[in-house]
Ligand binder design. Structure first.
Ligand code: DGY
Length: 423
């Protein structure tokens, strides 16, 4: 059906081209393995032409879940020297090598969406039933290890966990991460993409210091939160988890698993209440909190807008829609407020537009009744693709395509946006 639209045809071609059978690489060259949240969002695109394949994408990810419940951010299914840091740097000791940190917990949401829209109901039920306890174990792991004081929200301990690697949100907290003693290294990302559009060397040094520090602690995930000099409570990261908890609770209820439903509902309710502590009246959005100091971080990034993905109060969603409108950028939604002098239109997560984030914000705004704001994001996202093709991210002021090309999750989101516009 979708193949009739020329954009849909290209999107499907990209998804098939990056498909390695049971998992999909984000793009050739730059990211040659399986990434956690990429895969879950990719499945939403795959469902448009091959439902069974979409379930497999998520099942493959969960086949590499750690016994503690964590789902790692990268699964190194094969060797590839084109990426750094590879499995030998992480040294997590897993049978199939993986990284030792996690990523935004979008799986619960993806399962619910696949389930709700599946045409093969029997298959959907069987596949969700098998995944349900695994996703629930991941959620339980999050609150046990990343919210040790029971505040209701979880902290990330490495910027890579947020997926927004070099966001301005982390700058001040990142100053506390040392760089002394890290092993010499050669970056590979800058051989595949323009270095001006990627994180800096100073940031990479700190990314690696954290990896080496966690490795020295034997990747005992129960210890890493307290041992990390970087502990940030990101509203976007938490909103994804809280939305996933609510969606998992609904699935559990539908499939007759009341204990899992109650557990996840409680996580969602407690987290949504705690999220209110991160609201900024001045910025009209949520902000990150630095757990090591207890202070809010003065940085109006897309992380605080992405909170609309969870069931936040309607007045908050309305204010977020207004803040996006006030950005005045040619393309929505910049990953950082353009009025901030630190905004950088081309550097990865310091300004560029990312379609996955647009998708989650638009979805949340629809649920909150902000349909005009959501439609504007959807249209702007598709305009970008028409103008600039299927890139990793885009300059919000010019639409210039940036980072990797023929990008998997961008293609997946295009299939979803086209469906949203048809609905
Ligand atoms: C990278 O290598 O750029 C990734 O974002 C880390 O997961």
């Amino acid at each position: 059906m979708t193949a009739q639209d020329p954009l849909a045809k290209i999107a499907e071609d990209i998804l098939r081209e990056n498909d390695r059978g049971s998992y999909t690489v984000p793009t050739k060259g730059l990211y040659p393995f399986q990434w956690n949240w990429d895969s879950c969002l990719t499945a939403l695109g795959q469902r448009h032409y091959d439902e069974a394949r979409a379930w497999t994408e998520i099942e493959t990810l969960f086949a590499h879940q750690w016994p503690c419940g964590m789902v790692p951010h990268i699964i190194f299914h094969l060797n590839d020297d084109g990426y750094f840091p590879g499995p030998e740097v992480w040294s997590t000791g897993r049978p199939v090598p993986t990284s030792g940190i996690t990523q935004p917990a979008v799986a619960g949401f993806a399962l619910r969406r696949l389930f709700d829209r599946a045409s093969n109901r029997a298959e959907a039920e069987a596949r969700v039933r098998a995944l349900l306890p695994k996703v629930a174990a991941w959620h339980r792991w999050f609150f046990a290890t990343r919210d040790p004081k029971g505040e209701g929200l979880v902290a990330i301990i490495h910027p890579w966990e947020s997926g927004r690697d070099n966001s301005i949100d982390w700058d001040v907290s990142f100053e506390r991460v040392p760089t002394e003693g890290i092993a010499p290294y050669t970056r590979r990302d800058t051989q595949h993409a323009n270095p001006e559009h990627r994180p800096t060397k100073a940031q990479y040094d700190r990314y690696l210091w954290l990896v080496e520090h966690f490795r020295s602690l034997g990747w005992d995930t129960a210890k890493l939160h307290d041992a990390s000099p970087f502990q940030v409570v990101d509203p976007g990261f938490n909103a994804i988890l809280l939305r996933a908890c609510a969606d998992l609770a609904d699935l559990a209820e539908a499939l007759g698993e009341p204990a899992l439903a109650a557990e996840n509902r409680a996580f969602a309710a407690r987290g949504l209440a705690a999220l209110e502590r991160l609201w900024s009246v001045e910025h009209g959005q949520y902000l990150c909190g630095d757990r090591t100091t207890g202070a809010l971080i003065d940085s109006a990034s897309v992380g605080g807008l992405l909170a609309a993905f969870a069931a936040i109060p309607p007045a908050r969603a309305q204010a977020i829609a207004a803040s996006i409108e006030a950005h005045g950028a040619r393309f929505r939604v910049p990953s950082h407020a353009p009025a901030d002098p630190r905004f950088d239109a081309k550097r990865y997560w310091r300004g560029p537009v990312w379609l996955v984030v647009n998708y989650m914000i638009a979805d949340g705004l629809v649920r909150a009744g902000q349909t005009a704001a959501a439609a504007a994001i959807t249209r702007s996202s598709l305009d970008l693709i028409h103008e600039s093709g299927f890139a990793e991210y885009y300059d919000p002021t010019t639409g210039e395509p940036l980072g990797g090309g023929r990008f998997t999750w961008t293609a997946a989101m295009v299939l979803e946006f086209l469906a949203m516009e048809r609905a």
